[in-house]
Ligand binder design. Sequence first.
Ligand code: PMP
Length: 419
Amino acid sequence: SGGFDPETVKKDFPLLQRRTRDDQPLVYLDSAATAQKPLQVLDAERDFYLTRNGAAHRGAHQLAEAATETYESARETVAGFIGGAPDELVFTKNATEAVNLVAYAMGNTAYAGSESAHLRLAPGDEILVTEMEHHANLVPWQQLSQRTGATLRWIPLTADGRLDDTAVDRLLNKRTRLVALTHQSNVLGTVNPVASIAARAHAVGALVLVDAAQSVAHQRVDVTALGADFLVFSAHKMLGPLGIGALWGRRELLDAMPPFLTGGSMIEHVTMERTTFLPPPQRFEPGVPPAPQAAGFAAAVHYLRALGMDAVQAHEEHLTRTALDQLAQIPEVTVIGPTTTEDRGATVSFTLDGVHPHDVGDVLDDLGIAVRTGHHCARPICDRYNIPATTRASFYLYNTEDDITALSDGIRAALHRYA
Ligand code: PMP
């Protein structure tokens, strides 16, 4: 396994010590939805309010200065974690908002800054996504296509839950302006060959947006190695607070982009008639900045760095192998997604013959095991595999082999009750 003891790690997570409504020890297998928070993250947020609460980028007093310093230092930490520069890192509400920010820029025709003209989509242009996208990286592109007359295309999935690579070169062409794809699927667990697809996308002149919501928490992510032009993620899936996420973008692209939301602290000069805007990242961050959330975000990065992302990945790979082995022992289980640990993360979706996923979820919940059931905000995957829903177990650094044994026992209990 990895270079740390998950039982020791678990002690940092107060909620994982709690017992459930039915007085069961909590087995948390829903980190793909949101991760639990270590004390270090909770303390960082609390410490902000206790010692530095002020409005960052405003005010002449010491508290406002300390808040600004906290916020900007968090930007440096978070940017560094993905191999980016601080002035290329925009804090957003979450990954969803980050995608929408880029989609807005690519559809905006009213912006005075003509530098953005080359980003703007026109009828006949194409956006390429994949059939495994989370709705957050699908619906904004559908909407943008409808607004601009661009065409949305997608890379289809193979039977075993991977992208059909033979389709990539067929789909990419001179009209492709953007390829928006997930690094790791939140349903199938598949890790996509982003660097290879990005190289081919760049060869036809397209930009590449990487949805790293499910990967930054689980493996080393480097924007240059991936060949990303934009990369989006959320703090809450990587041990950090809810309510903050990030957009990383290449500097010259961000420079050319119009503001998304407008208001205070993103302006250069305002008269009653018109406004000029600050350069990025401030151009995209109107309103009083969420400095305590940023402090928590940075604390999450420090926590992950201390464990080491290679160790985190190795631990998760061990858990995934254990889970796939155990599930293979139950003939009624069908895994939806890759069944080997190669190019796959620690998110395992499955169906159970004779038992609806919602019933599986109920039985597991009674046993203190938290999973997610449904379409996981990636509805087209269910259509592709002709299933109404899946049960999804997702593992993280605080999970143990015992958690996986509890899951298999729980699945057997569900079969016993319903099948
Ligand atoms: N993309 C993927 C792959 C996700 O799993 C999620 C979260 N479920 C998102 C985007 C959106 O993240 P958020 O809800 O934090 O904006």
